[in-house]
Design a protein around this ligand. Structure first.
Ligand SMILES: [Cu+2]
Length: 441
């Protein structure tokens, strides 16, 4: 039976002006590693019915194929195949993989309809892409960046939890399970991102240890596409532990914390920018030996969200086009734009406060500043830049971190009051990278 004739296939891509030939062209297309279809261009005589036999030959990645006529394959796990009934092709068509970030990474297929003269039929859509990236409406524009978080949002504690874990044979071992899930997460009041998460939240759990500790992480992929993890806190050959895990599978990633720092971990599956922008990042804090105790210890992880409209009011998805254009929709600390305006960090006059900072990106860094405060201690990427008591009597107003850098600052407050903290890239602060520190006498 002919599915198209029976009304079961996709409608003719462009019936107008092209008589069906009654012929069927069958092409085989492979989805390959490196975000590409092979071949990337297929030719079909105009008027032929087109059948694409798609096979996913990528060993680790999930892919699909959708055509701008509406026909599609559905998601294919590694090794799976599907038949796409494209219908009668009257003009050229654009196709792409609809997994987040894959189209903008170049995973496109061009279907060229050839006329009787052997030349492409005019008026086709191949090559046209869906709109100017940054021109698409930004769902963050509707968010109120002064309002309180919604009732379903739990403010993430900014307090750096103390080091815990069993000591075995003289070494502390941190055993962590990172479950990857696809979840809606509020990033600003009234705005939820379809996120890819480690441990159930946009921005994964914070791991805290000391130099010499061992971390054993079990990554389980409960998502629908391949994911992975890269711990900057470890020194390992990436080939094994950083490999992409297909949906439903797991790996164990073991590393020793040989150097102190405020380290990034993140998904390393291509396109990495989209996976990080979807929430797949977190911090590993490794204390140096002899780190002086302080009265309060906080951690703020800075990240950017790049959004396109999702399904329904307030729903958003990652926009790989915005990532590429470098136009963030929101910039946030610990995953939410307003949580620390409504539940400030706390301190008392005279207490020493240490604030750990990490720039998770995916693309932007930060310049961390506390309004009304000065840092007497600055530690960046493993070394002190400033400590109290030097002959210069110096102070610092901002700690700058490039993407994937970490550090900490320390300060004390001489007067009670409400001290804003922010990314002194002021546009970033205005799109969410700010909060408050309430200081009591
Ligand atoms: Cu991922």
């Amino acid at each position: 039976a002919d599915p198209a004739a029976a009304g079961l296939g996709a409608p003719a891509a462009d019936g107008a002006g092209t008589a069906p030939t009654g012929e069927t062209t069958v092409v085989r297309v492979a989805a390959r590693e490196g975000m590409r279809f092979e071949p990337a261009v297929v030719e079909v005589p105009a008027g032929d019915e087109l059948v694409i036999e798609l096979v996913n030959e990528d060993r680790t990645g999930v892919h699909d194929l959708v055509l701008d006529s509406g026909a599609g394959s559905g998601r294919l796990a590694p090794g799976q195949s599907a038949t796409v009934e494209a219908g009668v092709v009257g003009a050229s068509l654009a196709g792409w993989c609809s997994v987040v970030g894959h189209r903008s990474a170049g995973m496109t297929l061009e279907v060229v309809a050839l006329g009787a003269d052997g030349r492409p039929v005019a008026g086709g859509t191949a090559g046209s892409s869906a709109g100017g990236p940054a021109a698409a409406p930004d769902p963050a524009a509707a968010a109120d960046l002064a309002a309180a978080p919604g009732p379903e949002h739990t403010t993430r504690s900014p307090v750096l939890a103390p080091v815990t874990g069993p000591v075995e044979d003289g070494r502390r071992v941190h055993r962590v399970r990172l479950e990857v899930e696809e979840l809606d997460q509020e990033l600003a009041p009234g705005l939820r991102l379809r996120s890819w998460t480690y441990g159930g939240r946009y921005m994964g759990p914070t791991l805290h240890g000391e130099v010499g500790d061992v971390f054993e992480v079990e990554l389980h992929n409960g998502g629908t596409t391949g994911h992975s993890v890269d711990f900057h806190a470890g020194v390992v050959a990436p080939d094994g532990p950083m490999r992409t895990v297909p949906p439903g599978e797991s790996l164990t990633y073991r590393f020793e914390a040989v150097r102190s720092g405020t380290w990034l971990y993140h998904c390393a599956t291509a396109p990495m920018s989209s996976h990080v922008a979807a929430g797949m990042f977190g911090a590993v804090v490794v204390d140096p030996p002899g780190l002086p105790p302080v009265d309060r210890e906080y951690l703020l992880v800075h990240s950017e969200a790049y959004l396109a409209a999702g399904d329904g009011p307030g729903a958003a998805v990652v926009s790989p086009e915005r990532v590429r254009a470098g136009t963030p929709s929101l910039t946030v600390f610990n995953g939410h734009a307003t949580q620390y305006l409504h539940e400030p960090l706390r301190a008392r006059v005279g207490e020493r406060v240490r604030i750990r900072l990490l720039a998770a990106g995916p693309s932007g860094g930060l310049s961390f500043h506390v309004v009304g405060g000065q840092f007497d201690t600055v530690h960046k990427e493993g070394a002190y830049l400033l400590r109290p008591g030097g002959p210069e009597q110096g102070g610092a107003q901002a700690l700058d971190l490039a993407p994937a850098q970490g550090g900490f600052v320390e300060l004390t407050f001489a007067e009670p009051g409400t001290y804003p903290f922010l990314d002194h890239d002021l546009a970033a602060a205005e799109r969410g990278a700010r909060g408050l520190i309430r200081v009591e006498g």
